[in-house]
Design a protein around this ligand. Structure first.
Ligand code: ADP
Ligand code: MG
Length: 685
């Protein structure tokens, strides 16, 4: 058995099961053991009823005060029981489990575990799991892994498969030098993998996590430091000159650049005409206006006879940038050709684009990672830009740079990262921050509400649409599994169509749709043919529809604050007053407190900081963070210390042995090479 072996070397996994695993990206045993749990279920000691608070999941030791009663409502059975812990009484309800009536007995001690709600002034536990006291004791302390699933794949299946791999201890020899492990008190790799999947207790899980987070950062930094651009600051061999056209474009804009935009643009102008090649990160909060700055740079390169490429993470965004570039150039009478290149284009369209790129006819190329395909040959690429860099890996950025000969590089990101960390995470880049919002913006008005407010929210959307505006509704997630994500969006759209007047066009957008469908929907939303867009978080990245003034987010409690801030950034992009409605489906003081941070601040940096202070290690799981810089477990905010340590460790090792050639680093080298190869395989080029 080798970690590179395909899954079907495991018992109980045949062709069909293998395919189900593949849907989550698990191809071989290594993928399997690094498919870490999304969160855990803990069986904590039972609490007293008086100590329970609304919204929490808890266990109580109770006896029934009367046998359960079952009612039927529209084919749904609801069983209710009253129970007592000796002091207080609470109710418990179960849907569609009428058989409980015969199983639960009065006078027998049980442990009920479930989510607490209030009804009137009585506490209610919904759908609790029922345990005998001894049974619960056996579980106590341990954590049960909860995995991200797809249709057909169960947690049981993953657990069984992982256990089989873990039984072969010899598979996983630790690759980190002993010295590094003891310096930073990192657990051994086998222990970490075993305990991240099946923690014997909370402490063991944290130890395991600490080690694996360190590894993620460590290899990321090794990779970063092996980039060409880090090793040498290349001479600028392009003859790029300042362009009067950039001034023309600026004069014809309907707005003036902010001071921050101007400052960044001036630096870029200087660097592109300077002696060494530009390599710069542009950080700026959502809506700070990063796009226009990059367009100026593309225009300047084009006017000097060179090509520039702009790579973005989604088709929708590629098309949006492409259209605005074309419009801007046309409006100003510039004849530079802009070419679009995305994965969903037909073979013929792609061939035409390739030809224009190769001949130099195309001055600006905009696209998704289709831009770094082997087939794409540029004629004289002098400037490469990646937008929303946090969605790309280091490798993709490097591949784009390699399409030219040491081209100028701009990387744009809305992820607010403190400078000390940015220096590590973008070690090869100089950093500029656009720290000012356009002046015409009215601050977004926010509210945090529960589901009781839903009808009012619909009413509000109706009124905004009547005033000519548009709205996004981020759909509730019934379940974490991707398979039913689409279903949820479609069902919710149906509901909204019934709730809103006929004249309002409601459409939906989700990740499983074909790119051409997504493009069509976004196009119609931009043209205000669609007034309300129901969507999953696919709209989160970069989309710009300034006429949209309402963002309503269902199940806001499930998202990380950074991601909610990004979502909110889809509105407030024009001069009209915009609104964001954070709707939480679960009540709870902690949930409100967290969401209230968003109401009080509109500043991405501050929000990230407050979020970090509020979240302890116990909250590391359960809340969705958007895939930040490709890390799986690691969180750049809460794991900032690990990031610093990994950076220090990489520095120590590389200073002694830059190529990782020493015998003591052999396993490290092998593992690193494997990771890089694995990454390349997953670039889908
Ligand atoms: P982001 O930084 O999130 O990528 P965009 O570049 O998409 O933001 O800009 C958001 C919106 O703000 C766009 O509609 C853009 O035209 C507009 N915008 C950019 N700069 C300014 C400015 N200085 N004044 C007013 N509006 C601006
Ligand atoms: Mg943007």
């Amino acid at each position: 058995m080798e970690l590179e072996d395909s899954l079907d070397c495991l018992k109980g996994i045949g062709e069909k099961t293998k395919q189900v695993f593949q849907k989550t990206g698990i191809e071989n045993l290594r993928d399997l053991i690094t498919h870490y749990p999304r969160t855990y279920e803990a069986y904590e000691p039972p609490k007293e009823i008086r100590a329970l608070s609304e919204g929490e999941v808890a266990a109580v030791a109770v006896q029934l005060t009367a046998p359960p009663a079952t009612r039927y409502i529209r084919g749904l059975s609801i069983s209710t029981a009253l129970c007592s812990d000796g002091n207080e009484v609470m109710a418990a309800t179960w849907f569609n489990m009428p058989f409980l009536k015969n199983q639960l007995r009065s006078g027998v001690p049980y442990i009920f575990r479930g989510r607490i709600k209030t009804k009137g002034n009585r506490l209610l536990m919904e759908q609790p799991a029922v345990f005998h006291v001894e049974q619960y004791k056996g579980l106590s302390g341990a954590l049960l892994p909860i995995y991200t699933l797809v249709k057909g794949l169960t947690g049981q299946m993953i657990q069984k498969a992982v256990r089989q791999v873990l039984a072969h201890k010899s598979l996983l020899t630790d690759y980190l030098p002993e010295e590094i492990r003891s310096r930073y008190q990192l657990s051994e790799y086998n222990f970490a993998i075993e305990q991240i999947h099946f923690p014997k207790d909370y402490h063991a899980m944290l130890l395991a996590r600490k080690r694996l987070v360190f590894d993620e950062f460590f290899f990321f930094i090794l990779q970063l430091r092996s980039l060409k651009s880090v090793r040498e600051k290349a001479a600028n061999h392009f003859q790029i000159k300042k362009s009067e056209k950039t001034q023309v474009l600026l004069n014809n804009l309907p707005y003036k650049l902010t001071n921050a935009q101007l400052r960044v643009w001036n630096i870029m102008e200087q660097e592109m005409t300077g002696d060494t090649v530009m390599a710069r990160l542009i950080q700026g909060d959502v809506g700070s206006g990063k796009t226009i700055v990059s367009i100026l740079a593309l225009l300047m390169a084009a006017d000097s006879g060179y090509q520039g490429a702009l790579m973005v993470p989604t088709e929708v965004l590629a098309r949006q940038h492409y259209t605005s570039l074309q419009e801007l150039f046309a409006k100003n009478g510039f004849s530079f050709e802009v070419v679009l290149l995305t994965g969903s284009m037909t073979a013929k369209q792609k061939r035409e684009a390739y030809a224009k790129i190769a001949s130099g006819e195309a001055s600006v190329v905009v696209g998704t990672h289709a831009l770094i395909q082997e087939k794409v040959i540029y004629q004289n690429l002098a400037l490469v830009i990646t937008d929303e860099q946090h969605r790309f890996g280091v490798r993709q950025r490097e591949l784009l740079s390699m399409k030219g000969e040491m081209p100028h590089t701009i990387v744009m990101s809305a992820t607010p990262i403190p400078r000390t960390l940015a220096v590590i995470l973008y070690g090869d880049l100089d950093i500029s921050v656009i720290d000012e919002m356009p002046a015409n913006r009215l601050p977004i008005k926010n509210c945090v509400v529960n589901t009781g407010y839903r009808k009012k929210a619909y009413e509000f959307i109706k009124n905004q649409v009547a005033q000519g505006h548009q709205a996004y509704v981020i759909c509730p997630m019934v379940d974490e599994s991707e398979a039913i994500e689409a279903e949820d969006v479609i069902n919710y759209t149906e509901v909204l169509r019934r709730e809103l007047p006929d004249g309002i066009c409601v459409e939906y957008l989700h990740g499983k749709m074909k790119p051409s469908q997504k493009n069509e929907i976004m196009g119609r939303f931009l043209a205000n043919e669609i007034q309300v867009l129901v969507s999953t978080t696919v709209v989160e990245v970069g989309v710009n529809v300034p006429n949209a003034t309402v963002m309503m987010i269902e199940n806001a409690e499930r998202f990380g604050l950074a991601q909610l801030h990004q979502l909110r950034g889809r509105v407030g992009r024009g001069c009209d007053q915009s609104y964001c409605i954070f709707l939480h489906a679960i009540e709870g003081k902690a949930i409100r407190e967290r969401l209230d941070i968003l109401c009080k601040s509109n500043d991405g940096f501050e929000i990230a900081n407050r979020d970090m202070q509020l979240r302890g290690p116990g909250d590391l799981f359960g809340v969705r963070q958007s895939g930040m810089l490709d890390f799986t477990l690691a969180d750049i905010y809460t794991d900032a210390e690990a990031l610093q340590q990994a950076n220090e460790a990489a520095g120590i090792i590389l200073s002694e042995d830059p190529e990782l050639k020493e015998p003591g680093h052999q396993r490290l080298r092998t593992h690193f090479d494997l990771l890089i190869r694995h990454q390349s395989d997953h670039l889908n080029l």
